[in-house]
Design a protein around this ligand. Structure first.
Ligand code: ZN
Length: 237
């Protein structure tokens, strides 16, 4: 396991929980810290998928578009792709994939980037609906959200595995997004079944958290760990 590079994360998943959806970093600034990753836009406006240096937004209406450099995000994680593991996967359910990858690549207590390119028998995503200030909480904002699905889809899963100890700073366990090759289907991944795909895993020794210390709402918030844990389990899985 040769750990290379750093995960750069702007904000915390925890700050989304009480509804701190202000955009506090530009996409342009974020992409200086990585060419691959996931996040959401200001106002919890959809799901962000960053692949090969391009940031895309999956919107609640199902459309996918590339994000401009001056658009802002409250939360995102990125890294420069340099996988230390590559493997071929075939006919694998999500549950079997997760068990197998955690076991085979010793993920339990490490940060890792996951990328799966290939053909999927089934994909199910959801997309957070855009919010207007004053913002609701994450659980309220995501209580009704559009879901999308497809069968026999080519595309890319991208995201992270984080140790459960870091639940709150980020999502403990897997947090994966999807973008189809034809840009017709995307979002926060709720379920998948792999037909035939290439898996890349990148282990990290370093997790860099960059906080929005100029944002007044962030400075004023009284965070509660229990509420955050409960909300992440409800909204992000
Ligand atoms: Zn997500």
């Amino acid at each position: 396991m040769a750990a290379t590079g750093t995960i750069f994360q702007h904000g915390t998943l925890g700050l989304l929980v009480p509804g701190l959806f202000d955009g506090t970093i530009t996409a342009g600034a974020l992409l200086k810290h990585g060419d691959t990753g996931i996040g959401t836009l200001a106002g919890l406006d959809g799901e962000v998928i960053i692949i090969d240096g391009h940031a895309y937004q999956a919107r609640e209406d199902g459309q996918i578009r590339e994000i401009a450099a001056d658009e802002t995000l409250p939360f995102a994680s990125v890294h420069f792709e340099k996988p230390d593991i590559s493997d071929q996967l075939q006919a694998l359910s999500q549950a079997d994939f997760e068990t197998q990858v955690v076991r085979d690549y010793r993920l339990t207590n490490v940060f890792a980037a996951i990328r799966i390119d290939g053909h999927f028998k089934h994909i199910k995503t959801r997309v957070a609906p855009r919010q207007q200030p004053p913002y609701k909480t994450l659980v309220e904002a995501t209580s009704t959200q559009p879901e999308f699905s497809g069968d026999d889809v080519d595309g890319t899963i991208v995201g992270y595995y984080a140790p459960h100890l870091f639940q709150g700073a980020t999502v403990g366990g897997f947090h994966l997004h999807f973008l189809s090759a034809d840009h017709q289907l995307g979002g926060h991944l709720l379920g998948f079944e792999i037909a035939k795909a290439t898996l890349k895993v990148q282990h990290f020794a370093d997790f860099h958290v960059h906080l929005p210390i100029d944002n007044e709402a962030y400075l004023q918030e009284q965070f509660d760990n229990q509420t955050i844990d409960h909300a992440i389990n409800k909204a992000e899985r």
